[in-house]
Design a protein around this ligand. Structure first.
Ligand code: UDX
Ligand code: ADP
Length: 473
C-alpha cells in the first residue's frame, strides 16, 4: 500500500473519538484531523465557542480544543466529503449491548459499525486504511472487510473501486483521565494483516509515543485483548467488592486489606478500591460480550465464570441500597435522601451504567424524596437516566420524587441521609459540622467510596456507614 497519510477522518464524535482525535491533532500538526458524527447537535456542541459547553468533560480537553480546533482539528456532520478526502478512517462509534433480538442482553449491537462501514464503502476514494477504534467482538474486522468489499462492488465500477485495509487499534483510555492516558499510554495496540498499513499507523503514534510501547499483533488478538483487558479490570473490582462485604461482618477494613494485598507486586496496588459496583459504558458490555462469545463456542464453564463478575457487581449495588433502607429504620417513605455524585466515576460527566442510577431507582421505589448534586452532570441527563421528571419542589406526598441541587449544602438541607456515590474531589473536604446543622436527626452518611474525612464525620455527630468497614462507630 503506497500511501502518504495527510487526512484522517474519525466517524463518531463521542467519549472515545473526540478526545483521541484531539490528542492526535495536537501531536501531529502535519495531519488534518476531521471528526464527523451524524448527530448534528453533538457536532454543534464540539464547535461551541463557549468551551464549557463541549459535549464531553475531560480534564485537559478544553485546552487542546482551544488550541487546535479550526487549525488541524475539525468537527463536522459532512460525513460524505470527509470520508472521500480521508487516507485513514477511524471507526469510533457506539457498540452498546443489544436490547432485543438474538443475543439480547449480551451481544454487542453492531448496527452503527455496519452503517459506518457502508458509508465508508460508498464515499471512500482510492486507497484507504480503516481502523477499528470502538471495542468490538472478536472477528468484527472480518465483517467490516466483507461489507467494505461487498458494498463497494454493488455501487462502483472496477476502476473506481477503492482499496481497503482494515486494522484494529482498540483504545484503552479511561474516562476522567482520557487526555493523560492518550498522551502517556501504557501501550498502543495495533492488529492487522497488512504490514504496510500497520507501519503507517505506527508512524502516526511514533510522533509522541516511544516505539517500545507500540505492540503489533494479528487482528483477532488485538480485538480480543481489548475485551479481556476490560474483563480483567472488572474482575478485580468484583473481587475487592465481594471482600468488602466480608470485611463489614468480620471487623476487617477493606482499605487496609487492599493496601496489604496490593503491596505484593504480583497483585499490584491499582484497581483495588471497593465501591458501589463498577459502572461506565465498557465493563458490563464487554464481559457480556465475552460471555456471549464463550457460549457461542460451547464454553459454558468460561461463560459461567465471567457471569459471576457481573452478578457480584449487581449484588454489590443492591446490597448498598438495601442496607441504607435498613439503617433508616426500615422505612424511607417521605424521608429525604441526598445523593452526592451521579457520574459513574469522578472527573467525567458520563453517567452510563452509573451505580448512582440504580441506587436512586431502588430508593425511589421505597417512596423517598431524593436531592441530587453532581459537579458535572446536568439535570436533563439525570431525568433521562431515572426516567422520572424532576419535581419543582419536594412534596409531602408518599411518592418517590427527586430534585436537582446546585451545591452540596443545598442538596443536604432537611435530609435524613447523605449518600456519597461518586468520588469527586470536593466530597473529600466537606465540612460535616456545617452539614449536620442542616440535616434532620438522626442524621446518616453512607460513604460508598470510602473518601470522606471520617474523623470530621465522627466529630460532627452524624452516624456513618463506610464501604468495607466492620464497625459503625
Ligand atoms: C475502562 C477501562 O479502564 C479503560 O481502559 C477502557 O478503555 C474503558 O473502560 P472507564 O470505564 O472509563 O475505563 O473507567 P475506569 O476507571 O476503568 O472505571 C470503571 C468503573 O470501575 C467506575 O465505575 C469506577 O468507579 C469503578 N472502579 C474503578 C472501582 O469501583 N474501583 C476501582 O478500584 C477502580
Ligand atoms: P463512545 O463512548 O464509544 O465514544 P459515544 O456514544 O460517546 O460512544 O459516541 C459514539 C458516536 O458515534 C455518537 O455520537 C453517534 O452519534 C456516532 N455515530 C454512530 N453511528 C454513526 C454513523 N454511522 N455515522 C456517524 N456517526 C455515528
Amino acid at each position: 500500500m503506497d500511501l502518504n497519510v495527510k487526512k484522517i477522518c474519525c466517524i463518531g464524535a463521542g467519549y472515545v473519538g473526540g478526545p483521541t482525535m484531539a490528542v492526535i491533532a495536537k501531536n501531529c500538526p502535519h495531519l488534518e484531523v476531521n471528526v464527523v458524527d451524524k448527530n448534528q447537535s453533538r457536532i454543534d456542541a464540539w464547535n461551541e465557542s463557549d468551551l464549557d459547553k463541549l459535549p464531553i468533560y475531560e480534564p485537559g480537553l478544553k485546552d487542546i480544543i482551544k488550541r487546535y480546533r479550526g487549525i488541524n482539528l475539525h468537527f463536522s456532520s459532512d460525513i460524505k466529503t470527509n470520508i472521500a478526502n480521508a487516507d485513514l478512517i477511524f471507526i469510533s462509534v457506539n457498540t452498546p449491548t443489544k436490547t432485543k433480538g438474538f443475543g439480547a442482553g449480551q451481544a454487542s449491537d453492531l448496527k452503527w459499525i455496519d452503517s459506518s462501514a457502508r458509508e465508508i464503502s460508498k464515499y471512500a476514494k482510492g486507497q484507504t486504511i480503516v481502523v477499528e477504534k470502538s471495542t468490538l467482538p472478536v472477528r468484527t474486522a472480518q465483517t467490516i472487510k466483507e461489507i467494505l468489499e461487498g458494498a463497494a462492488s454493488n455501487t462502483k465500477s472496477n476502476s473506481e473501486k477503492p482499496k481497503f485495509s482494515v486494522l484494529s487499534n482498540p483504545e484503552f483510555l479511561a474516562e476522567g483521565t482520557a487526555i493523560d492516558d492518550l498522551e502517556n499510554p501504557d501501550r498502543v495496540l495495533i492488529g492487522g494483516d497488512n504490514q504496510e498499513s500497520i507501519s503507517i499507523l505506527v508512524d502516526i503514534y511514533k510522533n509522541w509515543i516511544s516505539e517500545e510501547k507500540i505492540i503489533t499483533t494479528n487482528l483477532w488478538s488485538a480485538e480480543l485483548s481489548k475485551l479481556i483487558a476490560n474483563a480483567f479490570l472488572a474482575q478485580r473490582i468484583s473481587s475487592i467488592n465481594s471482600i468488602s462485604a466480608l470485611c463489614e461482618y468480620t471487623g476487617a477494613n477493606i482499605s487496609e486489606v487492599s493496601l496489604a494485598i496490593g503491596s505484593d507486586k504480583r497483585i499490584g496496588e491499582k484497581f483495588l478500591n471497593a465501591g458501589p459496583g463498577f459502572g461506565g459504558s465498557c465493563f458490563k458490555k464487554d464481559i457480556s460480550n465475552l460471555i456471549y462469545i464463550a457460549n457461542h463456542y460451547g464454553l459454558t464453564e468460561v461463560s459461567e465464570y465471567w457471569q459471576k463478575v457481573i452478578d457480584i457487581n449487581e449484588w454489590q449495588t443492591k446490597r448498598i441500597s438495601k442496607l441504607i433502607v435498613e439503617k433508616l429504620f426500615n422505612t424511607i417513605s417521605s424521608k429525604k435522601i441526598c445523593i452526592l455524585g451521579f457520574a459513574f466515576k469522578a472527573n467525567t460527566n458520563d453517567t452510563r451504567e452509573s451505580p448512582a442510577i440504580k441506587i436512586c431507582k431502588e430508593l425511589l421505589e421505597e417512596s423517598c424524596k431524593i436531592s441530587i448534586y453532581d459537579p458535572k452532570v446536568n439535570c436533563k441527563q439525570i431525568e433521562n437516566d431515572l426516567l422520572v421528571k424532576q419535581s419543582n419542589e419536594l412534596s409531602e406526598n408518599e411518592t418517590g420524587e427527586w430534585i436537582f441541587a446546585n451545591s452540596i449544602i443545598e442538596a443536604s438541607v432537611n435530609s435524613d441521609a447523605i449518600i456519597v456515590a461518586t468520588e469527586w474531589e470536593e466530597f473529600k473536604f466537606i465540612n460535616w459540622r456545617k452539614i449536620y446543622k442542616e440535616m434532620r436527626k438522626p442524621a446518616w452518611v453512607f460513604d460508598t467510596r470510602s473518601i470522606i474525612n471520617i474523623q470530621e464525620v465522627k466529630d460532627s455527630g452524624i452516624n456513618y456507614w463506610r464501604i468495607g468497614e466492620g464497625i459503625t462507630q
